[in-house]
Design a protein around this ligand. Structure first.
Ligand code: NAD
Ligand code: IPM
Ligand code: MN
Length: 368
């Protein structure tokens, strides 16, 4: 493979800590599988604000548009809580998603066998779980206008607008149906058509896309609140869930806990194909900057490493190598490797972030 370009944006808090471990994996692929990347690194979030006074410099935005894939750690933290809204770290990430038009956010929740006992749900509820949440990522209430805080009478009013066009719903629905065809052929669409007009339109468009182009895929609709309940009750009923930006944010955090820890859940944010046929893409863990454990070597790097595995699969056509990496993670977990977030009340001595990274590299070596 000719060198593919990868822009790494470690960000804030545990972002740089988990990204250091991903670097070990990238180096391993270069050394042992002859899979090399042109890697560049830049700032995002609070780190970019500290240097440039903005959470995403225009040059970084331009670079992100050019590379084959972006890999991001996490943004945000208490240090930035009182900044003006327009320069908050999270705005940097939202700008990347919006300007790269990354409308399909794939958030898989898979329960590794070794962790089935550790979930807060009963083992039989989560063992073997493998679902994919497809979250719409560039529209909805995150971006709708009007928005803001205005004066009205003698008080202030906070305003955000849920807004979806037919074409925005159509394209993310297609992503979900395409994925379902390569999995267990089932899509459940979640909205609140009982109380929101945008939900009514969502349901209609998803049904139309299904009837016209994907009649072979099994489609169901669920109100998102009932969906949240069903995710906890019997998550294995689902294959692909397609939902809007805000519901997808909530449902994917909930799904993360089915797998044991937020430190386990990766994501891929995909847009339209570029000239080279690869989709615009950004890969990042679902978790945030975890200020409570940042700087202590406690963070679980697996979500970020699994995000790199998704990059191998979705951007670089290296599905077998992605599977190798996922299997290596499965192996170390089966051998009892645990960062602190994966330890129950019975305790024990957890591994550090870098020990977990090293163990995964050792398992990759053993896979050869
Ligand atoms: P968080 O995901 O950072 O942390 C929630 C809890 O999960 C914390 O107890 C944390 O210690 C734990 N956790 C998260 N990732 C972990 C990991 N890899 N290993 C071990 N434990 C882990 O969410 P939060 O506390 O609500 O948000 C903190 C900051 O992160 C906020 O500024 C928020 O806006 C930001 N955030 C960023 C992203 C992102 O960059 N994509 C996502 C979510 C939150
Ligand atoms: C996520 C995060 C982000 C979101 C924030 C940090 C902008 O929670 O990626 O899930 O709300 O989308
Ligand atoms: Mn979130």
């Amino acid at each position: 493979m000719s060198n593919a370009s990868l822009l790494i944006l470690p960000g804030d808090g545990i972002g740089p800590e988990v990204m250091t471990e991903v670097r070990k994996i990238i180096d391993w692929y270069g050394a042992k599988r002859d899979l090399t990347f042109d890697v560049s690194e830049d700032l995002v979030g609070g780190a970019a604000y500290d240097k440039h006074g903005t959470p995403l410099h225009d040059d970084t935005m331009a670079k992100a548009q050019e590379v084959d894939a972006v890999l991001l750690g996490a943004v945000g933290g208490p240090k930035y809580d009182n900044l003006d809204f327009s320069v908050k770290p999270e705005r940097g990430l939202l700008r990347l998603r919006k300007e790269m038009d990354l409308f399909a956010n794939l958030r898989p929740a898979q329960c590794f066998d070794a962790l089935a006992d550790f979930s807060s749900l009963k083992k039989e509820v989560v063992a073997g779980l493998d679902i994919m949440i497809v979250r719409e990522l560039t529209s909805g209430i995150y971006f709708g206008e009007p928005r803001g805080i205005i004066e009205e009478g003698n008080e202030r009013v906070g305003i955000n607008t849920q807004r979806y066009t037919e074409s925005e719903i159509d394209r993310v629905a297609r992503s979900a149906f395409e994925l379902a065809r390569r999995r267990n052929n089932k899509v459940c669409s979640m909205e609140k058509a009982n109380v929101m007009e945008s939900g009514i339109l969502w349901r209609e468009v998803v049904q139309k896309v299904h009837d016209e182009d994907y009649p072979d895929v099994e489609l169901s609709h669920m109100y998102a609140d009932a969906g949240a309940m069903q995710l906890c009750r019997w998550p294995k009923q689902f294959d692909v869930i397609v939902t809007d930006n805000l519901f997808g944010d909530l449902l994917s955090d909930a799904a993360a806990m089915l797998t044991g820890s937020l430190g386990m859940l990766p994501s891929a944010s995909l847009g339209l194909p570029m000239a080279n046929g690869r989709p615009k893409a950004l890969y990042e863990p679902v978790h945030g900057s975890a200020p409570d454990i940042a700087g202590q070597g406690k963070a679980n790097p697996i979500a970020c490493i699994l995000s790199f595995a998704m990059a191998l699969r979705y951007s670089f056509d290296q599905g077998d190598e992605a599977t190798r990496l996922e299997n290596a993670i499965e192996t170390v977990l089966a051998d009892g490797a645990r960062t602190a977030d994966l330890m129950g009340p019975e305790g024990g001595t957890p591994m550090s972030t870098s020990e977990m990274g090293d163990a995964i590299v050792a398992a990759l070596d053993a896979s050869l």
